[in-house]
Design a protein. Structure first.
Length: 210
């Protein structure tokens, strides 16, 4: 499950791509597109975000939760995951007006570049469903670790009601490979790609800079 739960913004400076099944971005979002696990030790070193951006992502998640709580109170079940200052919102709210209110509430957060609003308008997911999502996330992460042709720490995995969201700064090859692996894991109903796509040259430069 995402890192914080309550209940649970030409070419680039960075080329951001969100592929939501057939590809759709919600209102107020530029065509764009969290990441590297816990902040500490080797995972920070291997994270493809800067340390400053990792801290910003944590702050964005906290601010989003606080702002939305002021708007919705205890209505709904929401999760906020920020990667490279792009905020993914998953979970459930009781009405479409609530879904729009959540997006409006977070849109003014400082340093936020984009919002991917994947909230469902339906009743809160059950504890059984959330437990299943946690297991699926663990399976996907373990599969990425086992894959010799992927850097597992480059991916953020979020699961909501059987839908797996893949986030990260990756190449087209890495994106395709990760998607293929995730689709073949038991319990995965759909894979949604929310990636910042890098060229092979950009990735090489990034790794050299590290």
């Amino acid at each position: 499950m995402p890192s914080r739960t309550w209940i649970e913004r030409g070419r680039r400076a960075a080329r951001l791509v969100a592929v939501l099944g057939a590809a759709a971005w919600f209102s107020g979002c530029a065509p764009l597109v969290v990441g590297g696990a816990a902040v500490g030790g080797a995972l920070v070193f291997n994270d493809r975000r800067t340390s400053g951006t990792q801290i910003e992502d944590q702050a964005i998640e906290v601010k989003a939760g606080n702002r939305v709580r002021e708007v919705l109170g205890d209505r709904g079940h929401l999760n906020f995951t920020s990667y490279n200052r792009a905020l993914l919102i998953t979970g459930e709210v009781p009405a479409e007006a609530d879904r729009q209110a959540v997006e409006s509430a977070v849109s003014g957060i400082e340093n936020l570049r984009a919002v991917v609003n994947e909230l469902g308008v339906l009743g809160n997911s059950s504890l059984t469903s959330r437990s299943s999502d946690t297991i699926v996330t663990s399976k996907v992460k373990a599969t990425f670790v086992d894959a010799k042709d992927l850097q597992a720490s480059a991916f953020k995995v979020v699961t909501e009601r059987g839908t797996v969201y893949l986030m990260g700064r990756v190449t087209e090859r890495e994106a395709a490979r990760a998607t293929e692996l995730a689709r073949n894991i038991g319990g995965v109903e759909k894979v949604v790609r929310v990636f910042e796509i890098l060229t092979e040259s950009e990735l090489a430069n990034l790794q050299t800079a590290k």
